[in-house]
Design a protein around this ligand. Sequence first.
Ligand SMILES: [Zn+2]
Length: 197
Amino acid sequence: MRLPRPLENLIDQLQKLPSIGPKTAQRLALYILRLPSEEVSQLARALIDVQERVFPCSKCGNLTDSDPCPICSNPARLGNSLCIVEEASDILSIERTGYNGRYFVLNRSFKLMDDSDPAEMNVQPLLRILNEGKVQEVILALNPTIDGEVVSRFLATAISGHNVKVTRLAYGLPIGGDIEFTDEITLRRALEGRKEF
Ligand SMILES: [Zn+2]
């Protein structure tokens, strides 16, 4: 049986979203079909709104609807600490830790698979912030992947000479984890990053 074309089209669009397979797409499409028209309009408006009104902050790259973003324009945030993350969504996670410094979002997931060269990364916006002279510590909070490692090393080199301390997140054991089942790289890093008790 062939589905009505508009329904098929909606399923196709939903299927393009991450983690949405054909069955979930179909279920969502049928759910949307049964929604009151007012709710469908709100959903459609929210989709357009997010596209039109949310953009990267011109200073830090955080997603925002006002420029500079609320973090950059908050005078209570510490200007001496700059945390570098890969994606704006990483900020939400770091914020939950109570970190009160500022951020810089790379906003492009660097992938070695794409044959990209970290030397092609535009580090000028980052160097501009460092040249203001307020930052004393740069925290590299990139993902613990090979790509994250390569980019971290590249950034550490690009930053050197700016008279700032460069640190990175410690690797360690997950809370509630089990040493017996921890991979050797994580365990070795946890051992290297051990702290006095
Ligand atoms: Zn900002």
